[in-house]
Design a protein around this ligand. Sequence first.
Ligand SMILES: NC(=O)c1ccc[n+]([C@@H]2O[C@H](COP(=O)([O-])OP(=O)(O)OC[C@H]3O[C@@H](n4cnc5c(N)ncnc54)[C@H](O)[C@@H]3O)[C@@H](O)[C@H]2O)c1
Length: 275
Amino acid sequence: MADKPHLGNGHGKANGNGRGKNGNGHATAMRLAGKVAIITGAGRGIGHATSLKFGHEGAKVVACDINADQAQQAAQDVIGAGGEALGCQIDVRDPASIARMVNSVIRKYGRIDCLVNNAGIVQDATLKNMSEAQFDDVIEINLKGVYNCTKAVVDIMLEQQSGVILNASSIVGLYGNFGQTNYAASKFGVIGMVKTWARELGRKGIRANAVCPGFVLTPILEKIPEKVLKALEERVPLGRLARPEEIANTFAFLASDEASYINGAVIEVSGGLTL
Ligand SMILES: NC(=O)c1ccc[n+]([C@@H]2O[C@H](COP(=O)([O-])OP(=O)(O)OC[C@H]3O[C@@H](n4cnc5c(N)ncnc54)[C@H](O)[C@@H]3O)[C@@H](O)[C@H]2O)c1
């Protein structure tokens, strides 16, 4: 079984004035100060780490998950670390639940600066053994869910003439993987949508990018046998699997104004696994 993720990143607490302290006690600019960011799948794993990171960087975090308790807990964790957050239960398959969440965000914060489409599942089987239900479930959440959430915020971003849409793809969406016909199709599809949105929305001040993690120590890896994880680890030039915080850091950079010219990019964060 994969290690439980370590859910801290050692950064200074948000202090509400756009400045924080780094490990050396030097003042550092909070790169997401005042930005409103919706993060799906925030209940655990990469989404939880991303919520904490965005909170540390000064964002108002909307922590969304299908698991209501975990969404609320993620928001509490951001608040407990000195940030600002709202927890919302959504099912990315259900546009009505997404619309309710978007309405509460607009009522509370009046804008949406960033959407992180992170919620995702696996239902692995070889093509020979994969059922239609397994194929449909993964496409419905990992691909259609990304469409549903982005569709729900795009008019608001267009009206603002600004916004950032970030999407969790995977190295599996670039290269395929044994036993992951459905997952590879969904993650490849996410890259296609990102490139399309980068073209359609770029002139309107909206950037869209995809992040392709390698293997990250989160509960999604729970079903992978320990010895397969060990073998994977050995194939990574950095000699280890990723920590969720390392993907969260990439999302935070892409959400920030430091990434103002990055649009339509597909960024691999795999420790060099695919070399
Ligand atoms: N962990 C990895 O090795 C890895 C590698 C590449 C890409 N990714 C991608 O990164 C993203 C996050 O992965 P993770 O490892 O943190 O996964 P995880 O299983 O730890 O967390 C996923 C979260 O999404 C939520 N979720 C599931 N279905 C949902 C739905 N219908 N609506 C709303 N929320 C829902 C779950 O409740 C959970 O909290 C996924 O899109 C995954 O495919 C993960």
